[in-house]
Design a protein around this ligand. Structure first.
Ligand code: DHB
Length: 395
């Protein structure tokens, strides 16, 4: 027996994009169902990036999505760009009047899930979307399988694919699982979590002849660090000593405080933008619509920007019967998406060392880094992009 359920907005994916959209729609009285193939436990414990743009933190706090972002999170007013053995501070507060918040994505998810459940929201874990149909009708449908292996059909007024880079909803929008603009990179990040105090007051993005390293943080006792690696490396193949030696060789003289490493992972790099973000009554948000390489921490922030636009468009459609904002969703969202694509690509290419880099490439890169840190305009561009451009609110 196939169970059929009805809702106004069916949201595939209980990541930051899907949960925030459901929360915002709920505040406008628009009911939704959020499904995710993962368990709540998995969603709340998967380690992802840790930096929220100024505007992202504002939205989460102001809409009641997260009470903890500004109490548990830490405001950072700058970063250090390190190269040729020297650190250069990019002072976000002085350059833009804004900062960013160090508040890990899984904490945002813990907050959003709690808020959605407290509101009595229909949030279903362990439910796998199989296909989305009827994008060109006013009754789009999600076909799914429950945790018990039973088929489930969700009929909706609108379907949102917030289902990440392996999106099922994307096929209903672009006609294929892959259809998009795409770029790969010949390196990845080796990420660790360790028990140690912070090695610096702010994050350090370091370019060295041995490759890139990022010294990030999580709390007073836990740190997150990354270094450039071969995408094919087995994360278990390095000893703790080798990991620390690698990290040290890439921060060029900056002292690192070591401690036991309790998690390691390899993050692949891709740039991707789907050819279409919306077809009829199905739209894509977040990683389903685009992926950025992690340098500069734009992924979740970009998802929030998409959601703010789609929330407006869906309110107009479902409360006022006005389709015009929805017709402008993709074009408006794409302006920010391509700016963030550029910024993420630029930070990546400026800071990493490609395996086939020539001496010319290496010296040119140092010239590029000097052009940024020695110019107020250069530092300000980086600061504006990193802390986040103002959100578009008009559609
Ligand atoms: C983190 C990740 C990033 O990609 C970044 O640019 C900064 C911080 C992090 O996980 O802490």
């Amino acid at each position: 027996m196939t169970a059929t359920t009805r809702t106004r907005v069916a949201i595939i994916g209980a990541g930051p994009a899907g949960l925030l959209l459901s929360h915002l729609l709920g505040q406008a009285g628009i009911e939704s169902i959020v499904i995710d193939q993962r368990t709540r436990e998995e969603i709340e414990h998967t380690i992802r990036a840790g930096i929220l743009e100024h505007g992202t933190a504002e939205v989460l706090a102001a809409t009641g999505a997260s009470d903890r972002v500004k109490t548990v999170g830490h405001r950072h007013d700058g970063i250090e760009l390190r190269f040729a053995g020297e650190g250069h501070r990019i002072d976000f507060a002085a350059l833009t009047g804004r900062g960013v918040w160090l508040y890990p994505q899984h904490e945002v998810l813990i907050d959003l899930i709690a808020v959605r459940l407290a509101a009595g929201q229909d949030l279903r874990f362990g439910v796998t979307a199989v296909a989305v149909e009827g994008a060109d009708t006013d009754r789009p449908v999600v076909h799914a399988t429950t945790a018990d292996g039973e088929p489930l059909v969700i009929e909706a007024d609108f379907v949102v694919g917030a289902d990440g880079s392996r999106s099922v909803a994307r096929t209903a929008v672009t006609g294929s699982t892959t259809g998009g603009y795409f770029r790969e990179y010949p390196f990845a990040w080796f990420g660790i979590l360790c028990e140690a105090p912070p090695s610096a007051p702010e994050l350090i993005y370091s370019n060295s002849p041995n490759g890139f390293a990022l010294i990030s943080q999580r709390s007073a006792t836990v740190q997150r660090m990354y270094f450039q690696c071969d995408p094919e490396i087995d994360p278990e193949s390095l000893s703790e000593r080798e990991i620390w030696d690698d990290l040290r060789s890439r921060v060029d003289g900056h002292e690192l405080l070591e401690g036991p490493i309790f998690q390691r992972d390899v993050l692949r790099f891709r740039s991707f933008v789907a050819h279409e973000l919306r077809r009829g009554r199905v739209a894509l948000v977040g990683d389903a619509a685009h992926t950025v390489p992690p340098t500069g921490a734009k992924g979740m922030n970009l998802a929030v920007a998409d959601v703010l636009l789609l929330d407006r468009a869906l309110r107009a459609l479902l409360l006022d019967g006005d389709e015009r904002p929805l017709d402008r969703y993709a074009e408006t969202a794409l302006r920010r998406i391509w700016k963030a694509q550029h910024f993420s690509w630029w930070m990546t290419s400026m800071l990493h060392v490609a395996p086939d880099a020539s001496d010319f490439d290496r010296l040119r890169q140092l010239g590029e880094l000097r052009s940024v840190v020695e110019s107020e305009a250069g530092r300000r561009y980086l600061a504006e992009a990193y802390t986040g451009w103002p959100f578009e609110t008009e559609l």
